[in-house]
Write a protein that binds this ligand. Sequence first.
Ligand SMILES: NC(=O)c1ccc[n+]([C@@H]2O[C@H](COP(=O)([O-])OP(=O)(O)OC[C@H]3O[C@@H](n4cnc5c(N)ncnc54)[C@H](O)[C@@H]3O)[C@@H](O)[C@H]2O)c1
Length: 345
Amino acid sequence: MKKVLITGGAGFIGVNAAKRFLGAGHSVTVLDNLSRKGTDINAKFLEDNFKGKYTFVKADIRTDNDVLKKLAAENDVILHLAAQVAVTTSVTDPRTDFDINALGTFNVLEAARAAKIKPAVIYASTNKVYGGLEHMPAVEDGNRVKFKDARSGVDEECPMDFHSPYGCSKGAADQYVRDYARLYDMKTVVFRQSCIFGPHQLGVEDQGWVAWFLIAAMFKRPVTVYGTGKQVRDLLYVDDLVDLYEKAVENIDAVSGQVFNAGGGMKNSLSLLEFLGMIDTDLHMPMQYTFSDWRPGDQPIFVSDNAKAKKLLGWEPKTDVRKGIVNLVQWLTENKSMLEQFYKR
Ligand SMILES: NC(=O)c1ccc[n+]([C@@H]2O[C@H](COP(=O)([O-])OP(=O)(O)OC[C@H]3O[C@@H](n4cnc5c(N)ncnc54)[C@H](O)[C@@H]3O)[C@@H](O)[C@H]2O)c1
């Protein structure tokens, strides 16, 4: 049994991770400042299902250093998920984005460093640290784009090229987490995650587009497609990501100091137009959409090469993207009235 602190534990990935770690018999503390809209719903889910079995701490990683230090000293692992997560918000308010993502992560690391027995730190970074991938040109291929050189994905050797304040703040944090393993003999792991999707994802236009599109389809609302719609993303089902976190916890000595890309890979990649086609044809939820300009930092194609995670952790995504989308639709359907209230707020 491990003692696991999950920062951002009332968020989408956090609630899925808490559910898994609690189910596996670990001791879980969820830390969140509940700033994200909908975290009250996730917090209620945890309370309804795991009452008395976990600890919830309302705290802010920007400022509550004493709380962080106390919790770091009490736990074996910190799964650090708390973040400002929208690229668009980072552009309009780069200081808040920096404070949460860069300074907040620094605070988490310093709290861990101060502990007598230092907890391992697992950090949720992002594929956005690779920037626009201009050196990997994309060409159109029907309803999608593909890498011109036909590569199957982007590996960890790809140069970092932070683009957008979100890319910069997450990238800075990513490098701090990595360096603390080298400098301070701490156990840390960085996962550069692609698009994650699944139950408990209260997607908004700026973040969580898979759920956002499906919810729009459910309520017959139009969506905006930024760019051509041919941009390609590899989608990773949240359960598979949590598998990866679990494997990192179990094998922390072997993977400490490492950085891993983690996404659905080429076989779980979709362009926006392909996804819209799937919603229409396979899910029978035709939807209306209009096009608008590209958003800053949008990559024409990102597909993760997961070979390193497979080699060192024996991990690869298990959930086919179509199956994952059906699971998410099922969760959305089961929670339709909650979602109706939520999107009216
Ligand atoms: N969802 C994805 O597709 C994706 C992709 C790549 C990386 N990530 C990273 O994974 C992590 C989790 O993402 P998510 O999708 O669950 O996002 P989320 O917004 O659902 O969860 C983030 C949580 O952090 C909390 N939080 C924000 N600021 C805080 C602060 N100052 N102090 C304490 N808590 C704070 C929010 O209330 C929220 O509950 C983030 O670090 C994100 O950058 C997510």
